[in-house]
Design a binder for this molecule. Structure first.
Ligand code: FES
Length: 124
């Protein structure tokens, strides 16, 4: 018998997972931590609290396996992936995605399944 996995109300309205994975310098895949992800995730948490987004949870994540594109985050329940580099990027994701309910296309990553997003890697 299969479990019923029909979506129901979510505990959080939005659940953000920000990769914080750290690898040794020179690793062939790199890591989000070395590209500023930890500082920017901390900034995002502070700003989300200041903006009063109690139904939004911003969590640290381990490697999300899109290392070459990093730093990366994914926001559920929409399953939208973003690459971010600056505090301005974080501000835009907070305001437009989490407050206004829009997708920030200029920061969005491909939704192609793993292994099929090589075009996206070339743009990073
Ligand atoms: S190190 Fe961030 S996705 Fe792998």
């Amino acid at each position: 018998m299969k479990a019923d996995v029909t979506p129901t109300l979510s505990y959080f309205k939005d659940h953000v997972f920000v990769c914080q994975n750290e690898r040794p310098a020179g690793h062939e895949r790199g890591c989000c931590h070395s590209k500023g992800a930890t500082k920017l995730r901390n900034y995002m948490k502070v700003r989300a609290k200041e903006m009063g987004l109690p139904q939004t949870r911003i969590n640290t994540a381990g490697c999300l396996d899109r290392c070459e594109l990093g730093p990366v985050m994914v926001i559920y329940p929409q399953g939208v992936w973003y690459r971010f580099e600056t505090m301005a990027d974080i501000d835009e994701i907070l305001q437009r995605h989490l407050v206004d309910g829009e997708i920030v296309e200029r920061l969005r990553l491909s939704d192609l399944p793993a292994g099929l997003d090589q075009e996206a890697v070339g743009r990073a």
